[in-house]
Design a protein around this ligand. Structure first.
Ligand SMILES: Cc1cc2nc3c(=O)[nH]c(=O)nc-3n(C[C@H](O)[C@H](O)[C@H](O)COP(=O)(O)OP(=O)(O)OC[C@H]3O[C@@H](n4cnc5c(N)ncnc54)[C@H](O)[C@@H]3O)c2cc1C
Length: 222
């Protein structure tokens, strides 16, 4: 298995608990939008602690980017990431992942599950091919929405936010349900891209099956 030690070029906050890290790109390192790699911090006692993160830069960019939700209370890798600064090093491993763009469809994300879709939408925007894709993005509160302005600029009215723990004018409130999906989606015969925390993934996949989405139209990480 390959590994690459790379320097952090910059690191900064995107929301109250999400950081963006730009890093050097190893020569010959390639991925497609939606894919991920395992990342470790190149510091004593952290080199073997690998965690998967999705590239949010474009495949042709001269650097790599990750967009990482941090969990300080777990005292794990994402907490340690909060202590990193430009010049510190990460260890990257092989590229993998089943999520890739398979044509116009509906994207359903929860929280940090937006990262593969952020990557795909940035790619589609760069090709001027946002077309009729729809994004449904579930979060606890408005402050948790990652890159809201950017996604809005890509998708306009085809970007629907739903907040489970806050009522805000112009934003749906509650959890994603079959009724909610039926109200916003006109056809269930197209690709459905789903990424989020396991309980949300389970619930949404059952809802989509009940709404008639064929298994071969589901694009999920396996
Ligand atoms: C393919 C893939 C791609 C991913 N891409 C991204 C991405 O781009 N951006 C992103 O933000 N995330 C992404 N994730 C999720 C990310 O990998 C995890 O958030 C990360 O591994 C958490 O690491 P950690 O060491 O901070 O915490 P963990 O390793 O989850 O936890 C450390 C310790 O905390 C405790 N713990 C675990 N879960 C909980 C909990 N729910 N409550 C309390 N304590 C707990 C356990 O004791 C655990 O050993 C991706 C996941 C996958 C599978």
């Amino acid at each position: 298995m390959e590994s690459h030690i790379v320097k952090i070029k910059s690191i900064g906050k995107v929301t109250h608990d999400v950081v963006r890290i730009a890093i050097e790109k190893p020569v010959g390192y390639t991925f497609t939008s939606g894919q991920a790699t395992e990342v470790a911090i190149n510091k004593k006692e952290w080199e073997e602690e690998r965690r998967p993160f999705t590239f949010t830069s474009l495949p042709d960019d001269d650097h790599l980017e990750f967009t990482i939700k941090t969990y300080p209370e777990r005292k794990g890798v994402t907490n340690e990431i909060l202590n990193l600064k430009a010049g510190d090093e990460l260890i990257l491993h092989d590229v993998w992942g089943a999520i890739s763009y398979k044509g116009e469809g509906v994207f359903i994300a929860g929280g940090a599950g937006i990262t593969p879709f952020l990557s795909i939408f940035r790619y589609l925007k760069s090709k001027n091919e946002i077309n009729n894709n729809l994004l449904i993005f579930g979060n606890k509160t408005r402050a948790d929405i990652i890159h809201e302005e950017e996604l809005k600029s890509f998708l306009g009215n085809a970007f629907i936010n739903i907040l489970s723990r806050e009522q805000v004018a112009g934003y749906a409130h509650g959890r994603i349900t079959e009724t909610f999906l039926k109200a916003h989606i006109t056809s269930f015969n197209k690709p459905f891209y789903v990424c989020g925390p396991p309980p949300m993934m389970d619930a949404v996949q059952i809802q989509l099956a009940n709404l008639g989405v064929a298994d071969n139209l589901l694009v999920v990480e396996i």
